[in-house]
Design a binder for this molecule. Structure first.
Ligand code: BES
Ligand code: MN
Ligand code: ZN
Length: 496
């Protein structure tokens, strides 16, 4: 998508449509008057029939509007003025992004009449790009062709002084949305096209394109690191594991890095503790933590965020086979703690345990792990938000502020001694399953055993990584959730 920017006269622009962002109204105020007049009172008439009153996502198309060279004017409702925020714009452009009035033309103007907030400009392009996403990789013939012909959007305002702010915000929004689309694409790609080896190759391809450091540990190197928990998960698959290490220095050379860790299970059958077949295919998305971490890291590089950042992605396939680990097996983790594998379907925490311990190598100032870790999230916040856990209040607060700024909602859960108790094994140091009670928290309590002396945040994106039906700017399928959250956290990072 080509973005252009202009302040002032849009009447003569040779485009297919001018998109007017309009907040909810019950009479034609002085802001709508000129447009109403040069459209033969079209807006007055729409209001009379209540066809268009500016509710969020409402769309009305006006043709033959005298004052514009554009073929048509699209009225796009953003909702009630008093509850207006960035997500109002994300939702509105998300809905418009699939509307034929827009997708059938090549060039459009997004006209922000009376709106000055940078977060609105950013959200408008995010909503458009996220809403119009279609995963066509595996379609063929005519179905493979995009039906969206829009190639160029001109962002327009009246006030010249705001032009710079507009350009900065929209450009940033485009980069962030592209990052989220990357995360979605990685998650949507089926496991036979996205193995741990493919994941590592993808990371190296991105490293080449965006010029960052990326190393891969192969199976012998992982064994040399004594990552016994990771190997325990991986050993049932014919696909060898990989451990991805990306590094970016956007901050002063001597500043400790922020380490991001992402669960990269490219397919989770459950292993010998096999999952039921209903919806098992969704488990191609069990690498979404890793996908989001790789995307956020890449986006941080593209935005030149002034921090030192490390991304660690342990990636494996969890399969049953003659080589697979069996319930009751004990693994020796990299840290030396022994783990009784009572349920081979609790595999994510095993690979994260070794990755958390590996993070010590970087002397991190803070560590954030992101994982589709527990099905129990469904019974906590449902699809509405992300449970987080951690050992540092400031870090949780920063993350919550990022959630407010990106509309990727989070809520902190505690980890108490009762939960830690659930994760003790009678024959090893730890068990990998504490049973059903507080399943999301006990997974966090397990991970806590492997952290070093640093602030740590655990982000469980299970279920919210997939949208079951489709929302304004989140089409059905993998959501890429966590991507905007991580990038915003890194952008506004303050030492904790
Ligand atoms: N990948 C799953 C969690 C998951 C479930 C993600 C549904 C997305 C949607 C994870 O590896 C898992 O199987 N967790 C088990 C742990 C249990 C055996 C202790 C779970 O949550 O049931
Ligand atoms: Mn599992
Ligand atoms: Zn899993």
């Amino acid at each position: 998508m080509d973005l252009k920017f202009t302040a002032g006269n849009i009447n003569e622009l040779p485009v297919g449509a001018i998109v007017y962002f309009i907040s909810e109204f019950d009479k034609i105020g002085k802001d709508l008057k000129p447009l109403d007049e040069c459209s033969g009172n079209a807006i007055t008439n729409l209001l009379k029939t209540t066809e268009f009153t500016g509710k969020n996502g409402e769309i009305a198309v006006l043709r033959n509007v005298d004052c514009f060279k554009a073929m048509k004017v699209i009225l796009l409702g953003v909702g009630a003025k008093k509850s207006l925020n960035h997500d109002s714009f994300r939702k509105a452009t998300g809905i418009l992004s699939r509307h034929k009035s827009l997708t059938s033309i090549g060039k459009a103007v997004f006209y922000f009449d009376g709106f000055e907030d940078a977060s609105f400009f950013q959200a408008a392009i995010e909503g458009y790009l996220l809403g119009s996403f279609k995963f066509l990789e595996f379609k063929t013939g005519n179905d493979k062709k995009s039906k969206n012909f829009l190639k160029e959007i001109t962002f327009a305002i009246d006030n010249k002084k705001l032009l710079n702010r507009l350009e900065k915000a929209a450009t940033q929004g485009q980069i962030i949305a592209e990052g989220q689309l990357l995360a979605r694409t990685l998650g949507m790609t089926p496991s036979n096209y996205f193995t741990p080896t493919d994941f590592a190759n993808k990371a190296q391809e991105l490293a080449k394109t965006y010029k960052f450091k990326c190393r891969i540990l192969d199976e012998p190197a992982i064994k040399k690191e004594k990552m016994g928990a990771l190997i325990g998960v991986s050993q049932g698959s014919v696909e060898p594991p990989r451990f991805i290490i990306c590094e970016y220095k956007g901050g002063p050379a001597n500043r400790a890095p922020i380490v991001l860790i992402g669960k990269g299970v490219t397919f989770d059958t459950g292993g010998i503790s096999l999952k039921p077949s209903l919806n098992m295919g969704d488990m191609k998305g069990d690498m979404c933590g890793g996908g989001v971490v790789l995307s956020a890291f890449t986006t941080a590089v593209r935005l030149k965020i002034p921090q030192n950042i490390v991304a660690l992605i342990p990636t494996v396939e969890n399969m049953p086979s003659g080589h697979a680990t069996k319930p009751g097996d004990i693994h020796v983790s990299r840290k030396g703690l022994t783990i009784e594998n009572v349920n081979t379907d609790a595999e994510g925490r095993l690979i994260l345990a070794d990755a958390l311990d590996y993070a010590n190598k970087f002397n991190p100032q803070a560590v954030i792990d992101v994982a589709t870790l527990t099905g129990a999230t469904l019974f906590i916040l449902g699809y509405a938000g992300i449970p987080i856990m951690g050992n540092n209040q400031k870090m949780k607060d920063q993350f919550s502020a990022a959630a407010d700024a990106t509309a990727e909602k989070v809520w902190a859960l505690p980890i108490w001694d009762e939960h830690r108790e659930q994760m003790k094994s009678s024959i090893a140091d730890l068990t990998n399953s504490g049973g059903r009670p507080a399943g999301t928290i006990t997974a966090g309590a397990f991970l806590e055993n492997f952290i070093g002396d640093w602030p740590w945040l655990h982000v469980d994106i299970a279920y919210v990584d997939q949208e079951p039906s489709g929302k304004a700017y989140v089409p059905k399928g993998i959501t890429g959730i966590g991507m905007r959250l991580l990038v915003n956290t890194l952008q506004n990072w303050k030492k904790v």
